[in-house]
Design a protein around this ligand. Structure first.
Ligand code: ADP
Ligand code: MG
Length: 697
C-alpha cells in the first residue's frame, strides 16, 4: 500500500531529513506523516488592512506591496528595513538575519501576502522577520486557510525542518496520495454518526478552510480513535469472561455473618453496603471478578476489603491483601487482626523484613490451607508464595503497582481468584474507561458520618509567624502536626525548602516539642520506628517528605503544613491532605507558597482550598496535566498513544464512543456479521501488545 512507503521517497525529503523525521518525530512512512497532526492553527482566512492593525494583536495577515529597502549598520549590527503599504497606510518591516536572501528574493512592486506579529518601534508600527509570499489567487497557498502548526525539535529547526517545512511536506504528500486513502469505518457507521469521510478528515486536519470543516475533521478522527480503543477493550473483556470461569461464592457463611453481627465496631455507610452488594453479585455469578474500588481517603475501603475476604473464607478459599509499603501492610495487619480477634482465623503478615523462619511457617500454612488471610507487601509476589486455594485478592493503593504484579497474583491459582483493586487516587471517569477499561468500577462516594471536613488555607511567607503560632496552639491542645517538604537534599533550584534544614528550623522554633523526621532514603525499619513514635505520641511534630502520602493512619494528627506547596501536583496534595481529618477534631491543611506562582500552580492551590472532593480534584488535575502525566497511567500500562484525542478534554466524545462500541458488542459479541466485518478487521490489526493490560488487569 502506498501509505506504507518509506518517507524518504516523498518529494522534498532526502535521506538526511528522513533520518531526522525518524529520530525526532518517529515518522518513518507516508502514513506516519499523514497522522502527524498539527498542535495549533492560526487563522489566515482573514486579511487585515494596515489601518486595522495595532501592536496588541497576535499574528495578522495583510496584502500589499513593498516600497523601498534601506540597509543600515555594520557587521553583526547590520539590519534591513523596508516599508510595506496598502491603500490604507504603511508599516515598517525589519530583518536582522537572512538579509541577503531577502534582498535577492523580495521585490518592490510585487503584491505579497504579509504575515507576522505587529509591534511598535519609535512610535511606528513594525513587523520583525515577517513571512512574505507572492500573492497568487490560483495557487494552493496557506493564505485563505487556517494555517497548521506542527511541533518540531530544535535540531530539526536547525536543519530547516520547521513547522512550515512540515506543512509543505504535507502538501506534497496530499498530492502524491491523491485519493488513495481508504475508509476504515463502514458506510452505515459514518452515516449513522454523521462522520466526515476519512479522506476528507485527513485533508482538512492539515488544510482546514474553515472552522466548521476543522471541527468536523477533528471530531471524525477523535471519535474513530476512541471508538476503536473502546471496541477493542470491550471485546477483550468479553473474551476474557467467556474463557475464564471464576470461583462461585455461593454462600454467605459463618465468618461473614458473625463478623457482621458481632464484631462490626460501627454501622456501615450506605456506600460501603452498596459496594459489598456489587461484589457479592459478581463473585456469585460464576464469572471471574476484576473490580476497581475507588473511594476517597478515609472512606472505609479496608472494611469492604475485609468483608469480601471473609466471604472468600466462607466459600473455602483463602484470601490475600497486598499493600505498597511496609508501614501500610503492617498497619493493615494490625487493624485487621484486631477486628478479627474473636473469629479464630489464621491471619499472617509477610513483608521484605519477615525472617526466614517465619516465612517457612507461612509458606507451609499457605499450602496446607491452614492460613486464611495473608497480608503483605511485594513479598507476596514471590514464587515461593503458593496457596492451597486462593479465592480473593485485594490490592490496596493500586496506582503504586504495575500490571505485571497484578497478573502475578492472578496466576497464583488454577482458577483465577477474584481481584479487587482499591485506590484513593480518584481516577476521572474518562481515564478509568480507557486505562482500566475492562475493569468494573465501584465507587464509595460517602464518608463515614461525623467527619468534619478539613479546612484548607493558603498563605504566603508573610503569614509564617501566625502559622507557627497556630501550630503551637494546636499542639498545646493535644494535637499533632505534619510538616511536609518537597525534597530530601539541597538542590540547585534556588528557593526549594529543604527537608533537613526545615527539620533544623522546626526544632529551633519549637524547642518545647519533640520533632521526628521521615524521608524516602531511610531504611524501612527506621522509617517505621519514626512513624510509630509519632503514632504513639512520643513526637508531636513529624517533618517529612511525601513518603507519608499513602495510607498511614494517625487520627490525632490534625494539622498538616505543606511547604512550597506550589511544587506538588494536585493529586499529590490531595493525597497528603488525607493524612489529617481522620479523627473527631477539626483538621487543617495549610499550604505555604512563594508569591510568584505560575497560572497552573494558582489553579492547583485554589482548587485545594475550594474543595475536598477527590473526583473534582482529579478532573481538574487531568485537565491541567493531561493524562500522560497522571499518576498510574504509566504503570498500569496505558500502552497506546492517542494521536489526536485528549482524555482530559474529549470526555464527551469518549463517552459517546464507549456507548456506541458497547451497543455494537452487545448486539454482535464477536463482530461476525457482515455489517461489522470491517470493524472486526480493524481491531484485529491493532497491536496485541498495546493492550496486554486488558486481559490481565
Ligand atoms: P481508606 O478508604 O482511606 O482506606 P480506611 O479503611 O482506612 O479508609 O478507613 C478510615 C477510618 O474510618 C478507619 O479508622 C475506619 O475504622 C473508619 N471507618 C470505616 N468505615 C466506617 C464506618 N462505616 N463508620 C465509621 N468509621 C468507619
Ligand atoms: Mg486505605
Amino acid at each position: 500500500m502506498i501509505v506504507r512507503t518509506e518517507i524518504k521517497f516523498l518529494q522534498g525529503v532526502g535521506p538526511k531529513k528522513a533520518e531526522l523525521l525518524k529520530s525526532d518525530l518517529g515518522i518513518e512512512t507516508f502514513y506516519d506523516l499523514l497522522y502527524y497532526f498539527p498542535y495549533k492553527y492560526i487563522d489566515r482566512t482573514k486579511f487585515y488592512t494596515v489601518r486595522e492593525v495595532n501592536s496588541n494583536m497576535q499574528y495578522v495577515q495583510l496584502l500589499g506591496k513593498i516600497q523601498s529597502f534601506e540597509k543600515t549598520g555594520e557587521g553583526a549590527k547590520t539590519r534591513l528595513s523596508a516599508t510595506f503599504f496598502d491603500r490604507t497606510g504603511s508599516l515598517d518591516l525589519v530583518w536582522f538575519k537572512g538579509i541577503k536572501w531577502v534582498q535577492q528574493n523580495i521585490k518592490t512592486g510585487v503584491t505579497y501576502v504579509l504575515f507576522g506579529k505587529p509591534s511598535v518601534f519609535n512610535g511606528r508600527l513594525n513587523m520583525v522577520h515577517p513571512e512574505l509570499e507572492p500573492y497568487d489567487e490560483n495557487k494552493q497557498n496557506v493564505a485563505g486557510t487556517l494555517q497548521a502548526f506542527y511541533n518540531t525539535s530544535e535540531k530539526m529547526k536547525r536543519n530547516f525542518l520547521t513547522s512550515k517545512a512540515i506543512l509543505k511536506l504535507q502538501m506534497n504528500l496530499t498530492a502524491t496520495l491523491k485519493s488513495k486513502i481508504y475508509e476504515t469505518l463502514p458506510a452505515w457507521f459514518t452515516q449513522k454518526h454523521k462522520l466526515m469521510s476519512l479522506q476528507e478528515a485527513l485533508f482538512y486536519i492539515h488544510f482546514p478552510d474553515s472552522n466548521e470543516n476543522l471541527r468536523k475533521a477533528q471530531f471524525r478522527l477523535k471519535f474513530e480513535e476512541l471508538f476503536f480503543i473502546q471496541l477493542k477493550i470491550l471485546s477483550l473483556k468479553l473474551a476474557r469472561t467467556q474463557k475464564f470461569k471464576g470461583h462461585v461464592f455461593g454462600v454467605i457463611g459463618n465468618h461473614f455473618n458473625t463478623f457482621f453481627h458481632q464484631c462490626l465496631p460501627f454501622e456501615m455507610t450506605g456506600a460501603q453496603k452498596k459496594v459489598i452488594r456489587e461484589i457479592r453479585r459478581d463473585t456469585g455469578s460464576g464469572k471471574q471478578m476484576n473490580r476497581l474500588l475507588q473511594g476517597d481517603v478515609g472512606s472505609g475501603k479496608t472494611l469492604v476489603a475485609l468483608m469480601c475476604m471473609l466471604m472468600a473464607l466462607d466459600n473455602h478459599t483463602q484470601a490475600c491483601l497486598m499493600a505498597p509499603t511496609e508501614i501500610l501492610a503492617t498497619q493493615h495487619y494490625k487493624t485487621i487482626s484486631k477486628m478479627l480477634e474473636s473469629l479464630n482465623l489464621n491471619v499472617q503478615l509477610l513483608t521484605g523484613s519477615s525472617k526466614v523462619k517465619e516465612r517457612k511457617v507461612i509458606h507451609a500454612a499457605l499450602l496446607d490451607g491452614t492460613l486464611d488471610i495473608l497480608i503483605g507487601t511485594h513479598a507476596l509476589l514471590e514464587n515461593k508464595v503458593a496457596f492451597k486455594n486462593l479465592g480473593f485478592v485485594v490490592i490496596d493503593e493500586q496506582h503504586r503497582f504495575g500490571v505485571a504484579q497484578r497478573a502475578k497474583l492472578w496466576g497464583k491459582n488454577s482458577i483465577p481468584p477474584h481481584v479487587l483493586v482499591m485506590t484513593a487516587t480518584p481516577i476521572p471517569r474518562t481515564l478509568a474507561m480507557t486505562v482500566y477499561g475492562d475493569l468494573d468500577v465501584s465507587v464509595i462516594d460517602e464518608l463515614p458520618p461525623g467527619r468534619k471536613p478539613i479546612k484548607t488555607l493558603h498563605f504566603h511567607d508573610n503569614k509564617r509567624k501566625q502559622v507557627f503560632q497556630f501550630v503551637r496552639d494546636e499542639i498545646n491542645r493535644g494535637r499533632q502536626v505534619y510538616f511536609v517538604y518537597p525534597l530530601i537534599e539541597e538542590s540547585e533550584k534556588l528557593d526549594l525548602k529543604n527537608l533537613e534544614s526545615g527539620y533544623g528550623t522546626i526544632r529551633k522554633l519549637f524547642p518545647e516539642f519533640k520533632v521526628g523526621m521521615v524521608h524516602g532514603r531511610m531504611k524501612p525499619a527506621e522509617k517505621d520506628e519514626e512513624m510509630m513514635r509519632f503514632k504513639n505520641r512520643e513526637t508531636q511534630i513529624l517533618v517529612s517528605t511525601t513518603v507519608i502520602e499513602v495510607g498511614v493512619d494517625v487520627p490525632n494528627a490534625s494539622v498538616m503544613v505543606i511547604e512550597s506547596a506550589e511544587r506538588f501536583g494536585l493529586s499529590q496534595l490531595h493525597q497528603l491532605r488525607g493524612r489529617v481529618g481522620r479523627g473527631a477534631e477539626q483538621s487543617y491543611c495549610v499550604l505555604m507558597s512563594s508569591y510568584k506562582l505560575s497560572k497552573e500552580s494558582t489553579i492547583r492551590l485554589e482548587t485545594m482550598v475550594r474543595t475536598n472532593d477527590g473526583f473534582e480534584i482529579a478532573e481538574t488535575d487531568l485537565k491541567l496535566r493531561g493524562p500522560g502525566d497522571m499518576e498510574g497511567t504509566q504503570q498500569s500500562g496505558l500502552g497506546f498513544d492517542l494521536k489526536i484525542a485528549n482524555l482530559g478534554r474529549d470526555g464527551e466524545i469518549l463517552q459517546h464512543a464507549r456507548n456506541v462500541a458497547s451497543d455494537i458488542i452487545d448486539a454482535d459479541p464477536n463482530l461476525l456479521s457482515d455489517a461489522n466485518s470491517m470493524l472486526r478487521r480493524q481491531i484485529q490489526k491493532m497491536k496485541k501488545a498495546e493492550f496486554n493490560w486488558g486481559v490481565i488487569s
